[in-house]
Ligand binder design. Sequence first.
Ligand code: GDP
Ligand code: MG
Length: 242
Amino acid sequence: MSDIENLNFKSGFISLVGRPNVGKSTLINHLVGEKVAIVSAKPQTTRTLIRGVLTRPGIAQIVFVDTPGIHKPRYLLSEQIVAQAMYALNEVDWHLFLVDGTQAPGKGDEFVAKALGEKTKRTFLLLNKMDRIPKADRTRYLEAYQAMGDFAQTFMISAKHEHGLESLVDEMTAMLPVGPMMYPEDEYTDQTTAAIAAELIREQVFRQTGEEIPHASSVYIEQYKERTENLTYIAAVIVVER
Ligand code: GDP
Ligand code: MG
């Protein structure tokens, strides 16, 4: 039976929200199994809405919308980012609210919880980085985060070490509506290969440089040529604010 004829097949969009640096990009990459979102120890490195597509053949397809991290706008770029993130929230039926479980809730988490508002009823709360949460702090932090909304379910996970992701995917699948495949099975993002290349280069800009490169940097791909099967020629321009 093909998935088109499969009347039990489920599909839907799920947004991923959380303040910068909690591990949203890491989670998307590990859920989808391919590197689609850049990961950095520095906050605010994700600037576009990236979709990761998780297909469980014959069962379900989940399209994840990565958000650039809802936070208080400080300059124009951030205002656009916040507007984009809020748009994503309203377009999507279910949400994953990711928090850093190694710390008590902060202003950034409160801001996100407020933005979710009533939507917390259709939100899974994910306490990430459980590999680093001291046992003594677990319950206290868990309860503090749970008090921030009326969450449908709570999970303790480690995105980086892939702990707890299987049951998370099971529970997400369980609440998805019956629906068609939206993307081909072998597709994991709607970004072009060149766009992914630009993001990977931008990730290296953060990794290889310290404070001297401002966060507001952009990468433009000037040339992208597949020379042989295993060799691609890429010419990129890195633009920095100052
Ligand atoms: P984002 O800003 O929310 O997208 O966060 P990133 O995915 O870029 O991750 C921020 C930092 O947290 C990176 O250094 C990740 O390696 C780290 N990180 C993400 N998930 C985990 C986890 O489960 N455990 C630990 N110890 N670190 C993590
Ligand atoms: Mg990110």
